[in-house]
Design a protein around this ligand. Structure first.
Ligand SMILES: Cc1ncc(COP(=O)(O)O)c(C=O)c1O
Length: 391
């Protein structure tokens, strides 16, 4: 009964989910406090107090119609307020609510954009290392993914990117701050990338969309700022989610905003139709109302920055080759011997779970998700330090 496409996709599985399942088994065998699971980007941090306050207020609210069907794109007042923030922060300086649709998180946003723009056989460029779900999203809408590697320090490799753009290129997905590398792309490299795409569009007489996946936009360290390429590129979409910035991935809320300079009067209709088709219909009403109250709130970034510092210093001084993440809650060190699968097995013998880079199209490295408690991080670090010293 299961379609060939889905059969094949599920039998390939997700390496992150496989690790998660192994972790569950190890925990059952040794006890949860003896297994040090650094695999999932599922924050243990609770949402900020303002979130609970807003929830409380919502419980008292008796506005008529709050829980009814609404326009598929979401509440006008919420989209107005988001548009205002996007203009103020110069992410999309001309945006209005007519360019915004509320979604059930970034995953939903990416899906409706791809569904809206892809024709069968269209190519979508994905920069490695990448968030593995992108591949499934693209093939799910009959697109073809084309991988372009980043530089060894995970900055943008524009020569490699240029070599992957063809007349069939329909879109490029970019993710900054990046999962898994923690890299934040510099403004100058994003400007050069936009120039390259403008050039290629002209050369091939095509339109190439940039889909800027920004769920980690607020998770940025050392007082840096994230530059969104959408601000300087006409055919661009910003995909956002509060999963990480409010620590609420289970609540499923985000949005897609597109650059009005795209000049495509039917784009909002197209996204709205795709959201309907997806079965989501509209983003949860309660969550729209809640995030509207919390547009200037985020989790305390020091919580992650302190962990980042401790992990980076500890791994670096032990001898790991790694870049210092500038954002997110991931570190992506090189595996001793450049063999992430073998390294993962060794770590597992110490009950430490990490994700091998195979899951991100970068098999020499492994990912640590440090959105977990300090006890787990400290015990895992002891083992990881011992492993590199014995390598
Ligand atoms: C790069 C990236 N994009 C999208 C998502 C999906 O986020 P959401 O929970 O908002 O759907 C994730 C989740 O981990 C991610 O890491």
């Amino acid at each position: 009964m299961i379609s060939h496409y889905i059969q094949e996709a599920i039998s390939r599985g997700s390496i992150i989910r496989v690790m998660f399942e192994r972790g569950r088994k190890l925990k059952a065998q040794y006890g949860a406090d003896q297994v040090f699971d650094l695999t999932l980007g599922n924050p243990v941090l609770e949402p900020p107090p303002e979130y609970f306050q807003a929830l409380h207020e919502l419980a008292e609210l008796r506005d008529k119609g709050l829980h009814r069907y609404m326009p598929n794109v979401g509440f006008d007042f919420v989209r107005d307020n988001i548009a205002q923030r996007l203009r103020e922060r110069k992410i999309l300086p001309e945006v209005t609510r007519e360019n915004i649709i509320m979604t059930a998180g970034a995953a939903c946003g990416l899906n409706i954009v791809l569904k809206a723009i892809l024709n069968p056989g269209d190519e979508v460029i994905i920069l490695a290392p990448y968030f593995v779900e992108y591949l499934h999203y693209v093939t799910g809408y009959q697109g073809v993914f084309v991988i372009a590697n980043s530089n060894p320090d995970f900055s943008l490799n524009l020569d490699e990117l240029a070599s992957k753009i063809t007349p069939k290129t329909r879109a490029l997905i970019i993710n900054s701050p990046n999962n898994p590398s923690g890299r934040v792309y510099s403004q100058s490299s994003l400007e050069a990338m936009a120039d390259l795409l403008y050039l290629k569009q002209k050369q091939y007489h095509t339109r190439i969309a940039i889909i800027s996946d920004e769920p980690y936009r607020e998770l940025i360290f050392d007082g840096q700022k994230v530059f969104s390429v959408a601000s300087i590129y006409e055919n661009s979409f910003v995909v956002y989610s509060w999963s990480k910035s409010l620590s609420i991935p289970g609540d499923r809320i985000g949005y897609v905003a597109f650059n009005p300079a795209m000049n495509n009067p039917r784009m909002l209709d197209a996204l709205s139709f795709c959201l309907r088709l997806s079965g989501m219909v509209n983003a949860p009403a309660i969550m729209q109302w809640l995030v509207n109250k919390l547009l200037d709130v985020s989790i305390d970034i020091n919580y992650y920055q302190t962990k980042r510092d401790r992990i980076y210093q500890s791994l670096k001084s032990a001898g790991y080759d790694l870049i210092k993440p500038e954002g997110t809650f991931y570190v992506f060190p090189r595996a001793p011997g450049d063999d992430a699968l073998a390294f993962m097995q060794k770590a597992m013998q110490l009950n430490i779970l990490v994700v091998p880079g195979q899951g991100f199209g970068w098999p020499t490295h492994f990912r640590i998700a440090y959105c977990t408690d300090d006890y787990t991080i400290d015990r895992a670090l002891e083992g990881l330090v011992a492993l590199v010293r014995s390598a």
